[in-house]
Design a protein around this ligand. Structure first.
Ligand code: F6P
Length: 320
């Protein structure tokens, strides 16, 4: 029986993490458990940085960006000795179970803890949307909406000045943010790591567009495909456009979560605690076809999302 449940956030922050923390804490309290927050991810665990969580301590945070528990990327926790020490500290402090809210890197640590026989659940949260076992990760929808709003503003100035804007979005090695945002904003070209970049093809497309009387364009590039600056350097001077570079970067990680992210975070947080109560461990609570489903933590990195064939086709159909 779980009497004391710990929760931490780890890796890059994502909008909706606070909603997930709130849900984990309130579900634990509802089920008569003690809830404990671990500050600064696995680093905080190794430092014994624990704080008691009450109903009130998670009040008013639901729609706040960032994470009240703060987060970190902890190299020590990538090593077996770090994991051993983490498990020892959890046990020493009377914890019975742990919920890890984060991306696939964080889930590697969670799996290490579960393999030591300590009950762990994962809640997928990263703007990258690059994890298997869930249709969407917490933060992805917000990041795409933020990018969409930025691109809409850029289009105003792009059309006023007859310019080409090359907009770089995050996503690490995945192109989901670029793809989703690019489709939604009608980007003239979308570069993603999942598709080889063909600069000559972009040049030809831009030239044809110019000949058709198109005076401005937006290219969205995923950071994993090509940096906006590099793409700009390749295209500069070769076309009539006057290119400008915008790197949205960490802007996409901030801000209040969308309704989709906040509600999904609430459901997944509660699902994770329920799974632990049911005696499960080493699982993640993911959103699959609109329902909370449990799958082994390693599915997050072993069965990563792929861009669908229909979206790949859409990239060609919708480009300039
Ligand atoms: O994984 C989330 C993410 O924002 C990626 O999209 C990006 O590549 C990376 O984190 C940036 O990490 P950092 O905040 O450490 O620069």
């Amino acid at each position: 029986m779980i009497k004391k449940l710990a929760v931490l956030t780890s890796g890059g922050d994502a909008p909706g993490m606070n909603a997930a923390i709130r849900s984990v804490v309130r579900t634990a309290l509802y089920n008569n458990m003690e809830a404990v927050g671990i500050m600064n991810g696995y680093q905080g665990l190794l430092n014994g940085d624990f704080i008691p969580m009450s109903k009130g301590s998670v009040g008013g945070i639901l729609l706040h960006g960032g994470t009240i528990l703060r987060t970190a990327r902890c190299m020590e926790f990538m090593k077996p000795e770090g994991i051993d020490r983490g498990v020892e500290i959890l046990r020493k402090n009377g914890m019975d179970a742990l919920v890890v809210i984060g991306g696939d890197g964080s889930f590697h640590g969670a799996k290490g803890i579960a393999d030591k026989g300590f009950p762990v659940a994962g809640v997928p949260a990263t703007i990258d949307n690059d994890m298997g076992g869930t249709d969407f990760t917490i933060g992805f929808d917000t990041a795409c909406n933020t990018a969409l709003e930025c691109v809409a503003r850029l289009r105003d100035t792009a059309s006023s000045h007859d310019r080409l804007f090359i907009v770089e979005v995050m996503g690490r090695n995945a192109g989901f943010i670029a793809l989703q945002t690019g489709i939604a904003c009608g980007a003239e070209y979308i570069a993603i790591p999942e598709k080889p970049l063909d600069i000559d093809h972009i040049r030809t497309k831009l030239r044809y567009a110019r000949e058709r009387g198109k005076t401005h364009s937006i290219i969205i590039t995923a950071e994993g495909a090509c940096s906006a600056q590099k793409l700009c350097d390749e295209l500069k001077g070769k076309e009539d456009y006057d290119p400008r570079v915008v790197v949205l970067g960490h802007l996409l990680r901030g801000g209040h979560p969308t309704c989709t992210d906040a509600s999904m975070a609430a459901r997944l947080g509660a699902g994770a605690v329920q799974g632990l109560i049911n005696g499960e461990s080493g699982f993640m609570a993911g959103m699959v076809n609109g329902s909370v489903e449990f799958s082994p933590l390693e599915r997050a990195w072993k069965e990563k999302h792929e861009i669908s064939d229909s979206d790949m086709k859409l990239l060609s159909v919708l480009s300039i």
